[in-house]
Design a protein around this ligand. Structure first.
Ligand SMILES: Cc1cc2nc3c(=O)[nH]c(=O)nc-3n(C[C@H](O)[C@H](O)[C@H](O)COP(=O)(O)OP(=O)(O)OC[C@H]3O[C@@H](n4cnc5c(N)ncnc54)[C@H](O)[C@@H]3O)c2cc1C
Length: 598
């Protein structure tokens, strides 16, 4: 049976020592009261909720799954899920980082991000129900009318209602421009929505009395393609002017998908049969509003894989200390035992340290990105808000794709540490692998994230935002460039930063001649960018650890941070050389292959 211990010390290290967020947050009027004690107390309680309430339901939820009553269209979630959700709302967790105007607690998003990491470690399938609601809350907060906000935000904030995102249709997932759901304007200003959506996460369940579906559909006169898509709120039960629930809206779950993992989450086919909705934002500009939810969800999906990486690593580490097999190549280590624990073997350490480095790098990146979201929304200086927004946009596809690709490797390596026992259900490791797999697929596949990064976020503005990230590296080089102890961390990122500039220009030129060149290089490019970003954070973590050690701090935690950073730069970061080489190999060996793919 797997176990889970919330990584509170690691979180505190990032917040208080590496990023020193309190200083930054005190400049933002919304968070002037934010202090380390509050942060630590909230994280501790969040960790208890994850470890004690939802983690025990992870395996049972996976085994039981969700069931649909075809006659009533109602879905029953696995035993204990509904009660855990009640405890979640009773504890006020959905409201953590929501706007006080709608009943929220007004804490920074960075706290919500850490809450969700722990929930995802504990039970990704369960966590997706409230996770999507928060995305719906953000989209409505940004684009809803005052009337819509008044009607829906208090209930989404309290968690009394949940939200969904209804984009995908049977014939269109990536290419939303092809979507066919229709919205007919009604005399009273509402719209009648008709269409079929598939793969809708948390699309139906028994947690709450109402579900707020955010649905993409086309107006009758809409232009073709993605410029003709509008966004609508389509609640399961219509909401009356006094806030009470009215008639059942004809938006029904027609079937549940049978899938590889996240069995406890209801992935619903949703049939919309003339349901009443109201428009969010402007006609034909629905994607713009939906992107608020999609961007939140992309950061959220990276956080799902971070959670799984952490829990898989924790279990693999403890197994590797107990399991006895063979003797160490360099001589017996456990003389009193019939064999050495497998943690003595270099290859087992490689797998453990890879998972650990992916967890620590991912947590640093996600924490930094979440803090940028807070700055983007609340910093008093307009330039800081703008720079933060640009950096979040740049980092979002990296969080989504790099952290989830790493999460897949990390959960597989952690499973591998168990040998055959990892393949057997009882260990719990195969569930982590199955659950992690979806994170590379939904919310825009990782291939699409790579195109977004290279095409839109980098080449789209001639590398201007990438240069903003480059400035952070330059600043660190300036601070630490003369510190010999930092050379092993600083030199590789400074060098890769320079190489990236040339590499990006080269791809940009090639792509101007032949657009397939961008598509052929993008996945490798995103991984190189991911390492540049991880490298920067590992250098910053090493900087703090070195400083503490130099000041005589003997807490082994800091040695651990330093050793993980050294492993990362020695064994994982050098992958960038081969990635740049394969990216430079261009598109020809992919595209001139009709005979091979005949
Ligand atoms: C369990 C689960 C939960 C989901 N939850 C939701 C949800 O809550 N709401 C929702 O709306 N959707 C949801 N989805 C849908 C999900 O977001 C889509 O499956 C995903 O975006 C991919 O779309 P698709 O499946 O249609 O694949 P396709 O778009 O058909 O893509 C197939 C392959 O082609 C590649 N491809 C497509 N176009 C390009 C291109 N231009 N360049 C390079 N490669 C390309 C893709 O990367 C992919 O590998 C969910 C899916 C699953 C499986």
């Amino acid at each position: 049976m797997p176990t889970y211990t919330p990584p509170l010390r690691d979180m505190q290290f990032l917040l208080h020592e590496v990023f020193q967020v309190s200083k930054d947050y005190q400049q933002m009027p919304a968070y002037a009261e934010f202090d380390a004690d509050t942060v630590n107390a909230v994280l501790e309680e969040a960790g208890k909720f994850a470890a004690n309430v939802t983690f025990p339901l992870n395996i049972t939820g996976d085994e039981e799954g969700c069931t649909l009553d075809k006659a009533t269209h109602e879905v029953t979630t696995p035993k204990g899920f509904k009660d855990a959700y009640k405890q979640f709302i009773d504890g006020g967790w959905p409201a953590l980082s929501c706007d006080p105007q709608y009943g929220g607690q007004g804490l920074p998003f960075v706290m919500n991000s850490m809450l969700y990491e722990m929930l995802n470690s504990a039970n990704q399938a369960w966590t997706m129900y409230p996770g999507l609601s928060h995305g719906a809350y953000e989209a409505l907060h940004a684009y809803g009318t005052d009337e819509q906000k008044k009607r829906y935000l208090p209930k989404l904030t309290s968690g009394e209602w949940t939200g969904t995102m209804c984009l995908t249709e049977p014939h269109c997932g990536t290419d939303l421009g092809m979507l066919r759901s229709k919205a007919e304007p009604q005399a009273d200003g509402t719209y009648k929505i008709t269409g079929n959506k598939i793969f809708i996460s948390a699309g139906e369940h028994d947690f709450t009395e109402n579900i707020v579906h955010l649905v993409l559909a086309r107006l009758p006169d809409a232009p073709a393609g993605s410029k003709g898509i509008s966004l609508f709120i389509v609640p399961k039960y219509l909401v009356q002017d006094d806030g009470s629930l009215g008639e059942r809206n004809p938006i029904f779950c027609g079937a549940l998908e049978h899938k590889m993992g996240i069995h406890g989450n209801a992935t619903a086919q949703i049939n919309i049969d003339g349901a009443i909705g109201t428009m969010v934002g402007e006609p034909n500009k629905g994607l713009q509003a939906m992107f608020v939810m999609m961007n939140a969800a992309r950061l959220g999906v990276g956080n799902q894989s971070l959670g799984l990486t952490e829990v898989a690593y924790q279990n693999a580490l403890s197994y590797a200390k107990d399991r006895l097999q063979m003797r160490s190549l360099s001589g017996t280590k456990a003389k009193d035992k019939p064999a050495d624990p497998i943690i003595v073997h270099p290859d087992v350490r490689r797998m453990l340290l890879t998972a650990k480095a992916y967890a620590e790098g991912g947590r640093a990146l996600i924490t930094y990105s979440a803090a940028l979201v807070d700055r983007e929304l609340h910093h008093p200086d307009e330039k800081v808000r703008k720079d933060s927004a640009d950096l979040v946009a740049l980092l979002t596809p990296i969080v989504k794709a790099f952290v989830t690709d790493n999460g897949m490797s990390a959960t597989i390596m952690s499973q591998q540490v168990y040998g055959g026992h990892g393949y057997i259900k009882e260990s719990g490791m195969e569930q982590f692998v199955r659950d992690a797999r979806i994170n590379m697929i939904y919310e825009g596949t990782n291939g699409i994230q790579a195109l977004d990064l290279l095409g839109r976020k980098v080449l789209g503005n001639q590398g201007a935002t990438l240069k903003k990230f480059g400035k952070l590296i330059a600043q660190l080089v300036e601070e630490e460039g003369v510190n010999e102890k930092m050379a092993e961390f600083i030199n590789p990122i400074a060098m890769l930063g320079d190489q990236m500039t040339k590499f990006t220009t080269e791809i940009g030129f090639k792509a101007m001649q032949n657009p397939d060149e961008a598509g052929a290089a993008s996945v490798d490019y995103l991984r190189v960018a991911g390492h540049l970003v991880f490298g920067y954070f590992f250098a910053r973590m090493a900087q703090v650890a070195l400083r503490e050690i130099a000041n005589g701090n003997t807490d082994p935690f800091y040695q651990g941070k330093l050793q993980t950073a050294r492993f990362y730069f020695a064994k994982l970061f050098p992958e960038t050389a081969s990635l740049m080489r394969t990216a430079r190999a261009g598109s020809k060996s992919l595209m001139d292959t009709d005979a091979a793919l005949a």
